[in-house]
Design a binder for this molecule. Structure first.
Ligand code: MV4
Length: 672
């Protein structure tokens, strides 16, 4: 076995490979770009070497540099992960030439599967089922149209060099064929530099079912059952599961044996995935082979109890497969959801930024109650405080759950998603929650068009937030102000001048819900707050007291209910996690904005005549922009005067209890 390997990747898959290597006592070398100097994969490996600027072309795709680092650090093998150089035959070749083991198939197997038409010709010889169609060399338009007419319509034109759904055209009838062919060939030459196309019968509601295969250098090859990856969006997988719902033992064997035949036909070694499209009746056809470890490999690990990276390392080191086909057993049901930094409400636009707050469900927990057992696994390459940069795939994590059956796995996934908290960038968590809760997915009515077909149910119009959510945000705001007051050494909540006991002291918290003002009026009354919100409870006041606070977690009593949640403030946003959902409220601090205009010249002035009720800072204190400086009471409302910028409190001009006139300068502030 190797004693040291280089991991030519980043993010979760680099961390995933490193975890197995560590368990097996193999040292790891990370490579990283300038954007990843502080990344998790650098931290979890034994050594790390900078290989270039952020752009992948100048770092993670620099085959020469990576091989040089492997040789310099004494690594014996290179694990390419997925993406980047993982399916690059020249790189596999270059590793071999440098005396390094490429942890993947031989370059010849990668090349054989790289061309769709050549792969189909090989699969035909190996008796792997193919979609009826033509994949030969004759590219004459008349000839291809005759072939399409024989197949019968609709047909699908595919660029032979294409992949990931690019360079495909559906043709509904013979009359449309020539124009579609010309358009497909134009796209193919522009995208892939090769205008060869193939023609296939178009399946209208296919499922994507793929078989995990493993082959060793002794000539053995096994299948590790199937994954159903039908739930996709623009050819990006969203949810994956194993086993495929509705799969029978006979069909599993037929697909498994076809996949093994496909792998053997190209002299495959290592982990590979044979993709099929399947009709709703179960008939299946070869689509392509992915010659790498797949993103979704954990669902296979969960149902087989095997570590596929360990198998890859053993096979690459020349060992035989650890198990024979008859020894492989399938148990329970696994689901994977890809958690992405993207905004589903803005066309799934990637969301770049810093993970300001990240809470995940407890991973690797094993809950055993009367009849349910489930496992939660999280594969992630980022931690709280890390950035999702624009240079790479914006995946935050893979959330993988296992249950005894699909229903229990679904319940475990719903629970785990409800416990996920992400603040700092947009994520698809809410979308995933709707997706797994949808009728189509929960009933396993799967096909590749599921998301598009159920668009309306998956993107419902936003409803106004509940009073519980507004109350939690209010409690968080009021508590943080109280803490600021306490930290400043004076405590107006216990002082005796009676200002807080004045039942008519009222203040408006200017929350904004989905662009609409949603203010909460607050009165303080003998140890509790009274909340009033126009859309909830009419003119009635909700009595609110805080029962518990532990960091961001708050429990309140609201009227006769107990309400708990987590509230994270980010500038002028309140993120409320309550009942398994994430709500974002805007918050307009009028004094913060008033301060913006007053900031020039370092003057902070009273917006109206009133009384100073709390000083939250001391003279000479350095403060951050937005930090509350003092609270004044005016027109029976409290106003927080906040720092308009980072800076220094040079001088406080009033004491608690002082009356101030309108426009009076309150303190001398020097912006940094
Ligand atoms: C098809 C098909 C229907 N009929 N071929 C899309 C990506 C590429 N690898 C193959 N793809 C398809 N090939 C025939 N003859 C439908 C798709 C397809 C698809 C396949 C798998 C997963 C998601 C998909 C989404 C749209 C179309």
């Amino acid at each position: 076995m190797f004693t040291k390997i280089l991991i030519a990747n980043r993010g979760e898959i680099a961390c995933r490979v490193a975890a197995t290597a560590r368990r097996m006592g193999i040292k790891t070398v990370a490579v990283y770009s300038e954007a990843d100097a502080g990344a998790k994969h650098v931290a979890v490996c034994d050594e790390a070497v900078l290989i270039g600027p952020p752009a992948a072309k100048e770092s993670y795709l620099r085959a020469d540099k990576i091989i040089e680092v492997a040789l310099a650090t004494g690594a014996q093998a290179i694990h390419p992960g997925y993406g980047f150089l993982s399916e690059n035959a020249q790189f596999a070749d270059a590793c071999a030439k440098a005396g390094l083991v490429f942890i993947g198939p031989p370059a010849s197997a990668i090349s054989a599967m790289g061309s769709k038409s050549a792969a189909k010709a090989l699969m035909e010889k190996a008796k792997v089922p193919l979609v009826p169609g033509y994949h030969g060399d004759n590219q004459d338009a008349e000839f291809l149209q005759t072939e399409a007419d024989k197949i019968t319509y609709p047909v699908l034109l595919k660029a032979s060099a294409g992949g990931g759904g690019k360079g495909m055209r559906i043709v509904e009838q013979s009359a449309d064929f020539k124009a579609a062919l010309a358009s497909c060939k134009r796209e193919a030459i522009n995208s892939f530099g090769d205008d060869k196309v193939l023609v296939e019968r178009y399946l209208t509601r296919p499922r994507h079912i793929e078989i995990q295969v493993f082959a060793d250098t002794q000539g053995d090859c096994v299948y590790l059952f199937e994954r159903d990856c039908s739930v996709q969006r623009r050819h990006q997988k969203v949810l994956e599961e194993a086993p495929a719902p509705g799969m029978t033992a006979e069909r599993r064997r037929a697909m498994g044996e076809a996949a093994v035949a496909a792998a053997k036909a190209v002299g495959y070694v290592g982990a590979g995935t044979v993709e099929f499209i399947a009709n709703q009746d179960g008939s299946f056809y070869f689509m392509e082979m992915n010659t790498r470890l797949q993103v979704e490999h954990p669902v296979t690990e969960m149902i087989t109890g095997l570590d596929l990276v360990e198998w890859q390392l053993r096979v690459a080191a020349g060992q035989p497969l650890p198990l024979k086909q008859e020894q492989l057993k399938l148990s329970g049901h696994a689901l994977e959801a890809r958690i992405y930094a993207e905004n589903p409400d803005k066309g799934f636009l990637p969301s770049i930024g810093t993970l300001r707050h990240l809470r995940t469900p407890a991973a690797n927990e094993f809950i055993v109650s009367q009849s349910s057992a489930s496992i939660v696994r999280i594969d992630s390459g980022v931690r709280e405080g890390d950035a999702i940069s624009p240079f790479y795939d914006p995946m935050i994590a893979k959330l993988i759950v296992w249950g005894q059956d699909r229903e229990q796995a679904l319940a475990a996934m719903a629970k785990a998603l409800a416990e996920y908290q992400i603040v700092g960038l947009a994520s698809n968590v809410k979308f995933l929650q709707r997706l797994i809760g949808s009728k189509a997915f929960s009933e396993a009515d799967l096909d590749t068009g599921l998301i598009e077909r159920h668009h309306d149910a998956l993107f419902p119009a936003a409803a106004p937030v509940a009073i519980e959510v507004l109350a939690l945000a209010s409690a968080s705001l009021l508590l943080s102000e109280r803490n600021a007051v306490n930290n400043a050494g004076s405590d107006p909540w216990t002082n005796t001048d009676g200002w807080r006991l004045n039942g008519s002291l009222q203040r408006r918290l200017a929350f904004v819900d989905d662009g609409t003002a949603s203010p909460v009026d607050v009165m303080y009354e003998a140890g509790r707050w009274l909340l009033h919100h126009a859309q909830h409870q009419g003119q009635q006041f909700n009595q609110m007291t805080v029962l518990q606070q532990n960091g961001n977690a708050i429990e309140i009593s609201l009227g006769d209910r107990t309400v708990s949640g987590t509230v994270v403030r980010q500038g002028e946003q309140f993120h409320v996690f309550h009942g398994g959902s994430h709500y974002v409220l805007g918050y307009v601090d009028p004094m913060l904005h008033a301060g913006d205009a007053e900031a020039e010249g370092g003057r902070l002035t009273a917006p109206m005549p009133g009384k100073i009720v709390a000083l939250l800072v001391t003279q000479g204190e350095q403060v951050k922009k937005g930090a509350p400086l003092l609270i004044m009471e005016a027109m029976k409302m409290e106003h927080t005067i906040a720092a308009p910028a980072d800076g220094l409190v040079e001088e406080l001009l009033y004491a608690v209890g002082d009356q101030v006139s309108e426009s009076a300068q309150l303190l001398v502030f020097k912006p940094a």
